[in-house]
Ligand binder design. Sequence first.
Ligand code: NAI
Length: 244
Amino acid sequence: MQATQPLVGKETAFITGGASGIGRATVLRLAEDGFRVVVIDRNALQVEALVAELVQAGYDAVGHAVDVCDRSKISALIDAEARVDVMVCAAGIGPSCAFDAISDEDFRAVLEVNVLGVFIASQEAVRRMKPGGRVVTVSSRAALGGGGFAHYVASKAAVVGLTRAMAMDLRQRRIAVNSIAPGFTDTGMTRAMTPAQHAAASALEPAGRPAEPHEIANAIAFLASPRTSFITGQTIFVDGGKSL
Ligand code: NAI
């Protein structure tokens, strides 16, 4: 006897920020898991290269070079698909800046991509999702605090709150909404640091190294699976124990 219902047809997973880092590793993992993957990212060259690589390897993948805050384009690309089973919101920006130097413009830009972008992608997805659908947001250990990027910390705390609120509003429709909160992870975002800063940050991690993107993607894939759809409103810290 099976503990879970077998999948009916191939499920479709959308991944924002799917062209790089954690999003890219998630695209690869979900493609391996048998999803049709729809890559959404504003970096057109990287989207094209990743989709070509996936199709070449025999996976079912398409991509769109779109800004996650462009509601009409996000709406249209979801409409173009026959179904939406999973939305992973990984697009994000993480500039460092001393608190005194953060401008209103910087603050708005971070909140716009990291919070409004999650809101738009999630809302457009759940409007079309059937019961059993899953949304996975990517917050951060920084939701608990951190120095040198107050706008980012505020945005990621907001993602945790938004995740819980969406989970509550959608629970009776049986749509699960959860968040993965990565710790320091080796991606383009953290490679923007100087090598000395990167080494110093790595040394502060319990494992003495950053997470690899696939280590975060594995946790995202767990929450994207139909087998875990009874978990909702949760934020799972994937940080090697740093937040303990
Ligand atoms: P990354 O820079 O490698 O990837 C981010 C991707 O998002 C890029 O491909 C970029 O083009 C895309 N993107 C940015 N703004 C966009 C927009 N407006 N519309 C569409 N695409 C956009 O960075 P990484 O590290 O893979 O970040 C993924 C998520 O993980 C982000 O939400 C980030 O805040 C979060 N995170 C990262 C951590 C780290 O240490 N790298 C730690 C905790 C959370």
